[in-house]
Structures are given as C-alpha cells and as structure tokens.
Design a protein around this ligand. Sequence first.
Ligand code: ZN
Ligand code: ZN
Length: 436
Amino acid sequence: MDFFKRVSLLLFIVSILFDSTSGSSVLLERAQELEFTDWMIGIRRRLHENPELGYEEFETSKLIRKELDSMGIEYKHPFAVTGIVGFIGTGKAPFVGLRADMDALPIQESVEWEHKSKVPGKMHACGHDAHVTMLLGAAKILQERKSEIQGTVVLIFQPAEEGGGGAKRMIDEGAVQNIDAIFGFHITGAFPVGTVASRPGPIMAGSGFFEAVITGKGGHAAIPQHTIDPIIAASNVVVSLQHLISREADPLDSQVLTVAKFQGGGAFNVIPDSVTIGGTFRAFSKESFMQLRQRIEEVIVRQASVQRCNATVDFLSYTHPFSPPTTNNPFLHTHFQKVASDIVGPANVIEVQPVMGSEDFAFFSDAVPATHYYFVGMRTDSDGHSTSVHSPFFTINEAALSYGAALHASLALNYLSEFGVNLSNTVNVDAAYDEL
Ligand SMILES: [Zn+2]
Ligand SMILES: [Zn+2]
C-alpha cells in the first residue's frame, strides 16, 4: 500500500469513527413514499412474471435499460451478454459499486398468485427480481441526489449468479475497473422486515463441484470374480471422502463435502462397467478450499485403485467455476453498521454467523480493493416469507424493497462523501471504461 492509500485509509477510519451519516433516514422515507413503492412493486412483479436463466436475461436487461433511460442515467451494455453498468454522479473518480444479480432458476413455481411466473419451469426463486428492483430503487434515489454525489456510483447488473460465474465474466469484461469498493446484498426470510444483517470477515463459503467416473469391468452379478466392481469402489470412495472433513480438517475451520450424485448400473443382475459420482465442497478460506480440492482428487483416484478401478475427476471449472469465499472488509463493515443504524436503528442491524452457502459476489473481492455483502430481512410474523430460497414456494415480502433501495443508495452516497475525497484515483468514466 502506498503512502497516499495509507493516509486515505487512516482518514476513512477516523471519519467513520467521528462523523455521522447525514440524511440516511430521509432516503428510507423517500423509498417508502407510496408512488415510489408502487413503482418498485410494479417492476418486481413484471420481472417475477418473466424469469430468465443465466446469460438469457435479455428481457430483464431491456427492462432495466428502459428504467435507466427514463431516469436519465447513463450506462454501458452489454457486459457478459446481458449485464449492464450504469453511472451516477460526477463521471469521475472515486468510483463505488452497487451490485444486483438478475437471473432466475429452473424451478416450476408452486405459488398460486396473480403475478406467478408465466414461463413454465422457470422462477425467480432466489429473489433476484427483488435485487434488480432494489438496485433500480437505489438508482432513482441517487439520481435525485446527483448533485450531492462526490464521485461516481457504478450500478452493476450482472447475469448468471446461480452457478454460471456471471460476476467473474463481468470482471473479465472490465465492469469493475477502478472501483474502490463494492456493496452487494441478498433478500432473506431468515430475518424480520426492517432488519439488515451482516458480519465482518468471511460471511459465505467458497464453493466448488466435482464429478468422478470410476471405471471397472462389468459382467454377471453372480460371477463377480470375472468382473471389477465399480459399485464397491465408488462406495468406498464415498466413505473415504467423508474422512476428509471428520479426520483431516480443523474442527474449528468449517468445511463441507457432500456426495449428492451416485449413478451406476440399471439391472439387478449386472455389475456395470462404471459409476459416476459427484458433489460439492465448501470452505471459508482459499487454503482450506484448495487443500480439500487436492485431497478429493487423491482420495477418489487412490481409493478406487484399491478395488482395481480407474478413476477420473473433473472439477467442472468451465461450467461451474469455483466460487471463492465471500469476505467482508472490516472497514466497510463498520461503514455498513453506521449507515444501516441510521436507516433502521442500531437494534435492527444484526450480526450474522457465516453460512455454508456461496455467492458469486465473492469474485469481486479479487478485482476490487474492498467488498461488502449483507442481507435484507423480509420476514413478518404472520406470513410465509421464511420459505427457503430455491423452493418452488419461495415468496418475497415487497415491504422489504424500500429498505434495500435506501440502504444501497446510502452506503454509496456516504462512502463517497466520507472516504471518496481522499482517494488519489483521477480517472473518469470514459477513461475507465473506454475499451467498450
Ligand atoms: Zn440462489
Ligand atoms: Zn440468490
């Protein structure tokens, strides 16, 4: 870190210790005005009716651009097929990013309501329709306060969060160049509406997938001596893989390894030639993650060989790129606590435990100096909004939309006013994104 960055960081820490975030609650009041919430709810319901899977969010992207056009917000498009990057403010550094994901899931919606998905087999079952809406809401608030923005807020609408590596592709195509800090969020039924939740440090696990083909020699099930049975080999592999967590990993360093796929054979009296197994693994540090990856391969290949089988292991990195752990910068977390306290009150800012789920927002931490991820609560005591994400019964409590919009807007606005002036970066939007 050079001298100017050190000084900037120091000034930032001092500023977040002694300043107050002015006007944050006013932003929530704006987002809760009737015409504002009606506008957000309308967008969210249109998105919900027309879910699109990763890298196919063409209509979603069109809707977002139409809204940005009507607000007079400039943007660049496309990034990663359907992604959009919008800009509000001076057009000059410093840049702070706000991110929303746009994709739906291949799930048939089971909720019967007026705005049910119109696309068979596809559903916004992870709330990304709400995320897009909240970022558009934040954009509207920020555009109305454009003159107060001391730098540039970069709006990042990314495709393919659900395993498609959309964030990584956005980064590769230059979406976050020169951004100093970026905030991401997820709506959740785990916490009540009016609360927000996060933590400093690791908040979501890194995740990877694997698939292995264990090959023996098929034959008659009653004459095993003339075969090499891959079912026995694969069974031993599954058991041995469990020992990586229970015997090799530090019990205080949370990790998961699940074999969720086991396919082989189709008859009662035939030993198959091969068995395919597959699953996922999770960890909170890159070191633990890479260690687990290495040992998964070794255990599968060597354990299979004990039963005279051959094994090949594929980590599916092209179709399912490794997602790193999502880790919150401690200074940004302090900033989040202060801004969120102003909006929802300190008692409604919850510190969460890390979860083993993963988020491709994590990719931004490799490309942006400081990242922060938080949850926006939506549960009420009387309704069913605690249904898990990725369930066909998942529903959104639309009362939460204004909280996400106001908080995202306020995080960016206050970040730039408190910290941005001290950054030495001098590029402007055109210089930063001119390769497009
Ligand atoms: Zn999801
Ligand atoms: Zn999600």
